[in-house]
Design a protein around this ligand. Structure first.
Ligand code: DSN
Length: 430
């Protein structure tokens, strides 16, 4: 068992019961908290949610079956969970200025399944960003249900700008007349021109869907423009920059509300995870504060500082920088693959992921790039000065170590990481 103080406040009052009944799993929970505390966490899709959200997740709401929607359930005893879900819905609508919200999707992929269920039938054509240019599996990638069940057509980025090629989007939309046009993805560093997408969708009579999973937290914090006024439907996850529980949600225009609700339940899901819905409600309230808005702005400032710091050291940011919480970097200038960089950083106490870059000469499991994001380090209170230091640590890890944790430089880099994290701890012990 870890020598650190038992993190009761993060795992809730039931942690003592777990420790008693299943010490093996209890120990792993603590080891994972230790792991999250011990490294610099730069996975762009991760964050460190609050003790309040963790408390809601670890609650007896997990016991309740509540198929249906508030006041329209298929089970008795839903009086309290009805109140919880109504609060979550109202808070989501208010936070995003949305006409309708569905807070039941179990995950981002579940939310996306429901959007397909609402607006498309198997065999229909969809238009999304290709995965190797920054899109997402569920936007029609060949091994995903979305690529198997729909006729998926993909746009990408322009070679010169490395940003979305809107002319290509229009040309493909006119040629293929998709039912759905999808904006969003997992590795897009720049703001998306939602008005341009809306215009193209209108030109071809398509539904315009934004998968805002990555950047919805920046929208909630009013740090970047919102897709909500432009899109028919916006799906998202609640655990990235947003910093809520692992889960999904959908907001949409009122005219699509019934379709979306029917597609989430009963088409794609059964009973909602009411402990997750409660945690989403807690999170939406947290995001409506000026403190969260300050956080969202700092996430971007930090991402820009980190991207610039890496760029100055020969690790080129795709598109030249970022407007969001993440940047994507080309390692070809330092002659290291993404897979090697990920391993070398890991050995140095820095957690990030290899990532394909547009027009990547390497296979996806090797890749020529890395993706870095600042949601977690910003939650820990770090600022642009620390990003400069992290850029230096990454550069040294990538260019002077070999992935062996016992390598002398890896050991000294880990000592520097520990020193930096000492001033900005994750989940500081109360
Ligand atoms: N896996 C997520 C990410 O890392 O971007 C997207 O689903």
């Amino acid at each position: 068992m870890s020598t650190q103080v038992t993190p009761q406040s993060y795992y809730g009052p039931s942690f003592a019961a777990l420790l008693d009944s299943d010490p093996q799993i209890a120990e792993l929970l603590v080891s994972e908290l230790d792991r999250q505390r011990a490294g610099i966490q730069l996975i762009a899709s991760e964050n460190q949610t609050t003790p309040a959200v963790l408390a809601a997740l670890g609650s007896t709401l997990s016991n309740k079956y509540a198929e249906g929607y508030p006041d329209r359930r298929y089970y008795g005893g839903c009086v309290e969970v009805d109140k919880v879900e109504k609060l979550a819905i109202e808070r989501a609508k208010s936070l995003f200025g949305a006409e309708h919200a569905n807070v039941q999707p179990h995950s981002g992929a579940s939310a996306n399944q429901a959007v397909y269920g609402a607006f498309a039938a198997p065999g229909d054509t969809i238009l999304g960003m290709s995965l190797d240019h920054g899109g997402h599996l569920t936007h029609g990638f060949k091994v995903s249900f979305s690529g198997k069940w729909f006729n998926a057509v993909h746009y990408g980025v322009a070679k010169e700008t490395e940003d979305i090629d809107y002319d290509q989007v229009r040309d493909l939309a006119k040629e293929h007349r998709p039912k759905l046009i999808i904006a969003g993805g997992s590795a897009i560093p720049r703001k998306i021109d939602f008005a341009a997408f809306r215009q193209i969708a209108d030109e071809v009579g398509a539904i315009f869907w934004v998968d805002a999973a990555h950047f919805i937290g920046l929208v909630a914090g009013q740090a970047i423009p919102s897709p909500v006024p432009h899109a028919d439907v916006v799906s998202f996850t609640t655990h990235k920059v947003l910093r809520g529980p692992r889960g999904g949600a959908i907001v949409c225009k009122a005219e699509h509300a019934a379709k979306i609700d029917r597609a989430v339940f009963p088409m794609m899901q059964g009973g909602p995870l009411m402990h997750g819905v409660a945690a989403k409600a807690v999170n939406f309230a947290e995001c409506a504060t000026t403190a969260y808005q300050d956080y969202a702005r700092s996430v971007i400032a930090n991402a820009q500082a980190l991207a610039a710091g890496l760029g100055e050291r020969g690790i080129r940011p795709i598109t030249g920088g970022t407007d969001t919480h993440l940047s994507l970097h080309d390692l070809q200038g330092v002659a290291v693959t993404g897979a090697d960089a990920e391993k070398r950083c890991d050995a140095a106490g820095i957690v990030l992921n290899k990532n394909a870059i547009p027009f990547d000469p390497e296979k996806p499991n090797i890749a020529s790039g890395i993706r870095v994001g600042t949601p977690s380090v910003t939650t820990q209170g770090m600022g642009t000065e620390q990003m400069e230091r992290i850029a230096d640590l990454i550069h040294r890890a990538v260019t002077t170590t070999d992935g062996d944790p016992e390598h002398e430089t890896a050991r000294s880099l880990r000592a520097e990481v520990t020193e930096l994290l000492g001033a900005y701890p994750a989940y500081p012990t109360p």
